[in-house]
Design a protein around this ligand. Sequence first.
Ligand SMILES: *Cc1c(COP(=O)(O)O)cnc(C)c1O
Length: 475
Amino acid sequence: MPRKEKNALLRRLPAVDEVLRWPEIGGLFGVYSRGVIVEAVRKVLAEVRDALLQGETQDLGREALVRRVDDACRPRLRRVINATGVVLHTNLGRAVLSEGAQRAVIGAAGGYSNLEFDLTTGKRGERYSLVTELLCRLTGAEAALVVNNNAAAVLLALSTLAPGREVIVSRGQLVEIGGSFRIPDVMRQSGAMLVEVGTTNKTHLQDYAGAINEQTALLLHVHMSNYRIIGFTHEVQVAELAALGREHGLPLMSDLGSGSLINLGRFGLPHEPTVQETVAAGADVVTFSGDKLLGGPQAGIILGQRDYIDRMKKNPLTRAVRIDKLTLAALEATLREYLDPEGALKRIPTLRMLIRPLGEIRATADRVAADLTGALGAEARVWVEEGVSQVGGGALPTAAPATVLVCVKFAGVGESDLLRRLQQADPPVVARAERGAVVMDLRTVDEAEVPLLIRAFEDVVLEALHACIKRHREG
Ligand SMILES: *Cc1c(COP(=O)(O)O)cnc(C)c1O
C-alpha cells in the first residue's frame, strides 16, 4: 500500500472517545463495566492501526469495528459447543456438571459456608469431612480425602507412603497421561524410588515378589488410561497384588485414573473395574479423578485405610493441593446423585452422553442437517452418516460407541477455513475437519444447543461468503 494511502486510512481511524460515544457501543454499558469497554476499544483500535501499518487491509466500517469491540469485551473463558463427540474432552473442560452440581456451586459461591466449621460444636471442622461419609458409603472404603486433582492425589499418596523408599510398578503401566503427567516423573517428584518390574507386554506376580526387599514401601498399580497393549500380554490383577502386599506387610495403591462408580458394561461399553470393585479387591489406597467418568468437578479422590489417609492429611503437601469450596460443593452434589444410580445415569451429563441411545443422536443429527440445509442454501452440501465417538480423558480407550455425524461441505470455503471460523463464532463451535468436510458428532451436542449451532453456522458462512466476494472484487 502506498504511504499516502496508508496515512489516509490511519487518519480515518476514529479516536477512543469517539467510539465510546457511538450508540451501537451504548448497549455494552448494560453488560460490562466502563473499564472493560474502554480497554476493548483501545485494544481493537491499536490492532487495526498495527495491521494498517503492516500494509494489511482492514475493514474500517463502523459495523466491523463495533463487532470487534463486542468480541474484545467478552470474558476469555467461554462456553463452547462441543461437536467433537469426545465426551471427556480435556481441552474443553472434561465433565459437564449436573444441574444439581451447578446449583450447589452457585449456592456456595454467593455467601459464607460451613467449609471448615462444625455447625454442631461450633468448632473448627475439616473441609474433607463434608464428602468423606458419602464417599465411604458409595465405595465401601474406610476413609477418604479429596484434593485438587488426581495428579495431586498420586503425588500426595506417594510422598506420604514412600519417601526415600522403593515403589514397585509394572513396566507396562509406566504411562504418560498427557499434559505431562508421567508416572516416573511424579514418582521422582514425590521422593519415592521407582522399581520397574516385568516387560512392556507381560508382568507376572513373581516379578513383583522378586523385587520386594526391606527398602520396599509400596506396590503400585496404574490404570493404563489412554492406551492398551493388545496381543501377547499379561498384567497382574489388583486382588492378586493386594494379597502379595498383605503377605509382606506392604500397602497396594491403585491409581484408577477415571474411576467409575457405575459399571457401564450393560450399555455396550467395555467393562472396567469400578471404584467399588477395586476397593473390594483389597487395594489399600485408591485414587481417581473427579472430572472423568465420575462426571463431577476437577478433583482428586483418595480412598483407603484410615491410618494411610490420616498420614496423608498430616502431610504439608495436603494444604498445597487442597480442594476449594466451589469444587467441594459440586463434588458433594455429584456424589449425592449416585445414591440413586439410575437417576445418576440420567442427570449426570457425562453418563447421559456416554450411554445416549443411537436413535436419539440420530434425531438430533437429522434436525441439525435439515436446519443447516435450510439455512445455508444451495452452496452447501449437508449429509448425515454413521461414525464412532470417543470417550476421551484417558477413560475407556477401546470404547467405540456408534454415533451419527453431520458433515458439511461448502462451495468456495475450505473445510479448515470453515472449522477455524466456527471456532471463532458466537458461541464457538468445536468440530473436526475430515475428507474435505466439517464433521460434527452430535453425541455431545445437547438439544437446547441446536439453535445456537445453526446460528453460528449461518453467521460464519455469511462472513466467509462476504470475504470470498470481496477477494473476487479486489482481483
Ligand atoms: C487422568 C489420570 C491421571 C491424572 O488425573 P487428573 O485428575 O487429570 O490430574 C492420573 N493417573 C491416571 C491413570 C489417569 O488416567
